[in-house]
Ligand binder design. Structure first.
Ligand code: SIN
Length: 271
C-alpha cells in the first residue's frame, strides 16, 4: 500500500495520512525511515496513539531507546508533579539537538500530544542539512574543519542567567563534548551541529566564536529551513534528530501541557 503524504513546506516537514493499524503493522516502516531522512519531520495528524501503540510504532522504525532511568514513555511537561526533572526541560524553549553529550546521539524522537497549553507550546523545527547546503562556498570553507565544545550547562544560562551554584555544578556534572561543527554523515550529506549546548569554537577568540555560533543559529532557523508544528491533541510527530534542531515556543508552565516521548537509538556517531 502506498502512503498518502503531503509536504508541509518545501524544505522540511511532511504529513503522513495512514491508517493506524497499517502504521502499527510496520508495513510502511521502510518508507517512513526514508522520508524521515529526506524531510526531517513527519507529522501523523490525529493518529491518537495510546502509550502502548506509540511504543509499538517506535519499535517498527528501529531500536527503541529507553530513558537513562529505564523509563519507556518520557513525559514532556513543565509540571514537576508529573515529571520530577521538569526544570531541566526549560532548556527546550531554545534551539537544540538532543544528545550532544553522547558520541552517538539518538536518531529520532517521537512525540504525541496529550494536553496542550491554550497559548504557545508549538514545536519549531529547522533542517540543518538544508541550512548547510545553502551556505555559500566561502561560508562552507569558513567552518568545514572547525570543532565546537558542547556543554549541557550552557543551556542553563538561557533560562536561569543567575543560577544557584549547586544547580550549575549539577549541570556541569553532566559533561562536555567536543564535536565537529559540520557533521559529515555516512550518506555523504552534511549538517550543522549547533544549538543551545554549543559553547565555544575550539581555538577561536571568544567574541569571534560567539558571533559565529549566533550567526549560524540565525541562518539555520530562517523561515525557508523551518516548520512550526501547531499541535492538536492526538497528533504524533517524529523528527530526525541528526539533521534538525527543535525547540518549543514559550507556554505557561502551569498550563498542564504534556506530550509523551519515545526515542529511537542512534545509528551514527557525530563525525
Ligand atoms: C523537546 O525539546 O524535546 C520538547 C519539545 C516540545 O516540548 O515541544
Amino acid at each position: 500500500m502506498t502512503l498518502k503524504t503531503n509536504d508541509l513546506t518545501p524544505r522540511i516537514g511532511t504529513e503522513i495520512l495512514a491508517d493506524k493499524q497499517a502504521l502499527l503493522s510496520g508495513e510502511h516502516a521502510a518508507k517512513i525511515r526514508e522520508l524521515l531522512e529526506q524531510r526531517g519531520v513527519l507529522v501523523f495528524p490525529q493518529v491518537n496513539f495510546t502509550d502502548e501503540e506509540q511504543v509499538a510504532f517506535t519499535n517498527t522504525l528501529g531500536t527503541f531507546a529507553p530513558e537513562h532511568d529505564g523509563e519507556i514513555i518520557y513525559k514532556v511537561t513543565l509540571d514537576t508533579k508529573v515529571n520530577a526533572k521538569a526544570d531541566y526541560l526549560r532548556g527546550s524553549w531554545y534551539w537544540h539537538i538532543d544528545g550532544t553529550m553522547n558520541k552517538v546521539p539518538i536518531l529520532a524522537s517521537i512525540l504525541s500530544a496529550k494536553v496542550l497549553s491554550p497559548t504557545g507550546g508549538d514545536t519549531d523545527f529547522c533542517n540543518t542539512y538544508a541550512a548547510y547546503d545553502d551556505l555559500s562556498d566561502e561560508g562552507k570553507a569558513e567552518i568545514e574543519t572547525l570543532r565546537v565544545m558542547h556543554s549541557a550547562w550552557n543551556t542553563l544560562f538561557y533560562y536561569d542567567p543567575e543560577p544557584d551554584p549547586r544547580l550549575l555544578r549539577g549541570m556541569m556534572a553532566i559533561g562536555d563534548q567536543e564535536l565537529p561543527l559540520v557533521w559529515k554523515h555516512r550518506s555523504g550529506r552534511k549538517s550543522l551541529v549547533i544549538g543551545a549546548t554549543a559553547r565555544h569554537v575550539i581555538g577561536m577568540e571568544d567574541k569571534k566564536s560567539c558571533e559565529l555560533l549566533v550567526r549560524l543559529r540565525d541562518w539555520a532557523t530562517q523561515p525557508q529551513f523551518s516548520y512550526r508544528h501547531k499541535w492538536t491533541v492526538g497528533d504524533t510527530v517524529i523528527w530526525d534528530n541528526t539533521g534538525t534542531m527543535h525547540r518549543a515556543t514559550p507556554y505557561d508552565p502551569n498550563a498542564g501541557r504534556r506530550l509523551h516521548r519515545t526515542k529511537l537509538q542512534g545509528e551514527e556517531a557525530f563525525s
